[in-house]
Design a protein around this ligand. Structure first.
Ligand SMILES: Cc1cc2nc3c(=O)[nH]c(=O)nc-3n(C[C@H](O)[C@H](O)[C@H](O)COP(=O)(O)OP(=O)(O)OC[C@H]3O[C@@H](n4cnc5c(N)ncnc54)[C@H](O)[C@@H]3O)c2cc1C
Length: 395
């Protein structure tokens, strides 16, 4: 059996790893020219962590983990509202089953596990799919590529993120609901330390309708993350659009924001997007299936997109390997296993907007003091389960 996976992200690479182990031939098309180096910091816990443990990836993930000393919440005058010891949170809330690392590092670890076993084509994306919509049993799909030969396959997996091209090509997009959560996000890595930032702290600043975070990472670099309310989707997701918007929203708002803006990367290596959730009536049609953000993006507000992407890739490959060649039956069982988990995370993500972006100074203070109080008490374990740290079945 031959699977074509579009997207060498967390979901696509996890599925590729497991399908190879189950004896499938796998081709991957990835739009980017290479595995990315940075991106943004990802909190990693819950079902994805369990999968990583099952796959024997934890030692490699520990190597890319950032053992932060403190989580600090500050206001525009750099006044510290809450200072939380990360090791204690990790222990009390996540029972030490929590990692944080750059998304690019996670993708690199996964691609190293795959090694040369998979035909991984960079700088390539699908441009057409035959047939579409009416699939005869056993008839292969042909996917035309932007570069290089077409690929004939028994299964097409769209793991190409929230703006999935596979979703559109297979007309699964006709039933897509893209739910805006009313904010934009941006992230970039600065090639130097930024004065005013503690060495071992993840510092998060918020003011009315805006939130920004910065934290030192290896090789003397600084990672940033921005989140702010925005009434409409961005006109474009280009670096220049990102720069202009960050300038107009954050410049002069205090803390070290101006220094972070001054260091906006010249090479345009930035992430900038609307914050959305994807809701689909179904995740597959015949031998075409969507996976990860392409199928169910929960958004960064839900906090577990990478974890769910890894869990989803694992479950999809597991069901396929158990199906004895009945791909459609496997896709039904994959969706049935994932749906309830995804629905819970999407609900949590929608509720979380006012948590990330409190409207008033009072709201912000209450959030920070409440967090400060709760994570230091036995209630922390309950918070962990609420955040999705509860187990999801691996078999
Ligand atoms: C700022 C930010 C912070 C986040 N923080 C967290 C967090 O703390 N914890 C957490 O668990 N999750 C977090 N997430 C969510 C998480 O990053 C995603 O849910 C996760 O990466 C989804 O994985 P994926 O493989 O489905 O998609 P993606 O990671 O988006 O990967 C999709 C891949 O497909 C490729 N691609 C796209 N289009 C095409 C095409 N047409 N052809 C070929 N290839 C294509 C892309 O280049 C990419 O490599 C965060 C997200 C953002 C934006």
């Amino acid at each position: 059996m031959h699977a074509l996976i579009v997207g060498a992200g967390v979901a696509g690479l996890t599925a590729a790893l497991q399908l190879r182990r189950a004896g499938w031939n796998v081709t991957i098309m990835e739009r980017q020219p290479a595995i990315p180096s940075g991106g943004y910091m990802v909190d990693f816990f819950g079902p994805g962590y369990d999968v990583a443990e099952r796959l024997g990836l934890l030692p490699e993930l520990e190597k890319i983990h950032y053992p932060i000393g403190h989580l600090q919440f500050v206001d525009g005058r750099s006044h510290v509202d809450a200072d939380l010891p990360y090791p204690k949170i990790r222990h009390l809330v996540f029972r030490d089953r929590h990692l944080n690392f750059m998304r690019g590092d996670l993708v690199r670890v996964l691609s190293q596990q795959i090694g040369g076993d998979v035909d991984l084509r960079f700088g390539t994306w699908p441009i057409a799919l035959y047939p579409v919509g009416v699939y005869a049993d056993g008839e292969p799909l042909t996917v035309e590529a932007s570069r290089g030969p077409s690929v004939s396959c028994d299964l097409l997996i769209g793991a190409d993120g929230a703006h999935s091209a596979v979703r559109d090509l297979a007309f699964l997009g006709g039933e897509t609901s893209i739910v805006r959560l009313g904010c934009h996000t941006a992230a970039y890595v600065i090639d130097k330390p930024i004065p005013g930032l503690a060495e071992d702290a993840f510092v998060s600043m918020s003011a009315r309708d805006i939130s920004a975070a910065a934290y030192p990472i290896r090789e003397g670099r600084t990672a940033t993350l921005f989140l702010h309310r925005a009434p409409a989707a961005p006109r474009a997701r280009s670096p220049e659009e990102c720069r202009q918007e960050l300038e107009s929203v954050y410049r002069g708002e205090g803390w070290i924001l101006d220094r972070l803006l001054d260091a906006f990367p010249d090479d345009g290596d930035v992430f900038f997007d609307d914050v959305v959730q994807i809701e689909l009536l179904r995740w597959s049609d015949g031998p075409v299936v969507l996976l990860g953000d392409a199928a169910w993006c929960v958004s960064l507000l839900a906090g577990q997109g990478a974890s769910l992407a890894m869990y989803g890739g694992y479950v999809l490959a597991q069901e396929l390997s158990r199906s004895g060649g009945d791909v459609r039956d496997a896709l039904v069982r994959y969706e049935a296993r994932l749906r309830p988990l995804v629905a819970r995370r999407q609900r949590a993500g929608r509720r979380a907007r006012s948590w990330f972006l409190p409207k008033t100074r009072w709201g912000r203070r209450m959030r920070d003091r409440f967090t400060d109080f709760v994570v230091k008490t036995p209630a922390a374990g309950v918070v962990g389960r609420f955040m999705g740290g509860a187990r999801a079945p691996l078999d």
